[in-house]
Design a protein. Structure first.
Length: 322
């Protein structure tokens, strides 16, 4: 009996290379990015992938596959082989808001995917074209009320946080801004720069360079506190409008069925990259708050956000997308 126990323990030690701490990819890992290049989700992923690839014998790659507000790319990730070599970029839009606003979803977050890593959170910033005669949020709301449906706002697509946040403002503050959706944050920004839309409430990383260059004017952020990358821009509460707080987030999921030790190995690699001082500086310089932690932490956050945005859609009677 003792001999069998000893042999079992030895076998366990021999099998240890398959444990979570020791699993490493032996070929490139692909992150399917369900949005066009240039947006916040893309920027965050590329910073992490660049750091991982510099210390890995098998560089990671980002594959942009946009459409349907992230549903097309995320469906592709969900249907990939559960072997650790394909991840899908999961955001407040395609993983939390889409399930509430689309009548039919091509994937189910709980059934088809498993959480891997929470890469970061950001704030949205209200930015207007320089031709808009408003330098504060109060002035903008007054101007928007006076101009009614002549005010257009751009977004990265139906169901995104930069679609629903202006709709919250319309419902609560009596404005009538008209939604103009684009296939990603970068195309929407180009429309704002060209004055094809007058305002955009989008993630800070997408717009921060244009704000710093004076091409557009930032007037408020949607976080609970001011963002360190835009320290002079007040929150909605500071600007006199309480109870509007939106903090978009990013992370990665793997197809359901991916072994737990592989999920843990991927989480470890991403946490190590995120903890790098250069990565931290680059993310914070864009207005991204690094998150990190366990897959369970990310999963709990996603579930809470799904419940939150389902309630927002129902309470504001936002029509579902067929």
């Amino acid at each position: 009996m003792l001999r069998r126990i000893v042999l079992a323990l030895i076998a366990g030690f021999i099998a240890s290379p398959a444990t979570a701490q020791d699993w490493v990819p032996d070929r490139p890992v692909r992150i399917i990015l369900p949005f066009p290049p240039g947006g916040s989700t893309d920027l965050v992923a590329r910073i992490l992938v660049d750091r991982i690839s510099r210390s890995s014998p098998h560089p990671w790659v980002v594959e942009n596959r946009s459409g349907a507000n992230g549903n097309i790319g995320m469906e592709a990730a969900a249907r990939s082989a559960p072997d650790g070599y394909t991840l899908g970029a999961c955001t407040i839009g395609n993983c939390a808001i889409n399930p509430a606003i689309y009548a039919r979803m091509p994937y189910d977050i709980e059934r088809d995917l498993v959480p891997v890593f929470w890469s970061g959170s950001v704030m949205n910033v209200v930015a207007v074209h320089p031709s808009v005669p408003a330098t504060t949020l109060a002035e903008f709301i007054a101007w928007a009320r006076a101009n009614g449906s002549r005010v257009n706002y751009g977004s990265s697509g139906f169901g995104s946080s930069n679609h629903l946040t202006p709709e919250l403002i319309n419902g609560r503050l009596g404005t009538a801004m008209v939604h103009v959706p684009f296939r990603g944050g970068a195309p929407a920004l180009q429309a704002l720069l060209a004055n094809q839309v007058q305002v955009m409430i989008e993630n800070i990383p997408t717009k921060i360079q244009a704000i710093r260059a004076g091409q557009i004017r930032a007037i408020a952020v949607t976080g609970r506190e001011r963002d360190p990358s835009l320290p002079n821009i007040p929150t909605f509460a500071e600007a006199g409008i309480p109870n509007i707080v939106v903090e978009p987030w990013f992370g990665y999921m793997a197809p359901r069925g991916t072994p737990a030790n592989i999920v843990a190995g991927l989480n470890r690699i991403l946490n190590e990259a995120s903890a790098d001082t250069d990565v931290q500086a680059r993310l914070r310089g864009l207005g991204v708050r690094p998150e990190g932690g366990t897959p369970a932490r990310f999963g709990d956050h996603v579930r809470s956000e799904i419940a939150l945005w389902r309630a927002v859609v129902e309470q504001n009677r936002i029509e579902k997308i067929e």
